[in-house]
Design a binder for this molecule. Sequence first.
Ligand code: C5P
Length: 233
Amino acid sequence: GRAADLAGRRVLVSAGGTREPLDPVRYLGNRSSGKQGVALAAAAADRGAEVTLVAASTDVPAPVGVEVVRVETALELQAEMTARAPQADVVVMAAAVADFRPAEYADAKIKKTHDPADPDAAPTIRLVRNPDILAGLVAGRGAATAPLIVGFAAETGDASGSVLEHGRAKLERKGCDLLVVNEVGVGKTFGQDTNMVHVLSRDGAAPVPAGPASKREIADTIWDVVGPRLVSA
Ligand code: C5P
């Protein structure tokens, strides 16, 4: 059974939403609750793995029995994941990483101006791209056989393709081994306690559907797919 099928495995999971500061009191954030990533960390620990959770902002506490590393920004998350990935058997990027960050950080709070000639004056925030951490982890692995690298994708179906078609294209683009695709939209996934996903694999296996089910049950299905793909110890 599942009981201790990850015993001795080193698992690295990122979770939550990054926050990109504008000034000491403000940031750009996102609606990720971190629940799915935290459920993955908890399930792996229960299955015997040695788990490190790199946690950006989450709505839920970290599970017991898991090493927790707190981060705020995408760049901090990248530094922690890049340093720890070579020691892991499997890396799961469940974090919602901000694609952009403010180009400048103001050391003091950005103030309203009080110019009677321009009472509606407001600053313009310029953004710059954040690195794609997942793609960087794939590139950093090079020709090595480990770690197995798992990405997440929040997709909506649209005129240019279904959720699964978008997921397949993203799997190819990012170069990770597995991609967990979930359908998002109003009331779906973000902050919810249940989820519905498809686990896509680059090895040609058919997509594995999971849910609708609790994020913990989804996590166990993801580990069921990951387990047999880990390089034998
Ligand atoms: O491109 P998209 O954001 O849809 O890809 C989602 C996947 O890529 C997730 O696994 C997420 O953690 C990861 N990601 C990343 N760095 C970014 C953006 C997303 O690692 N800058």
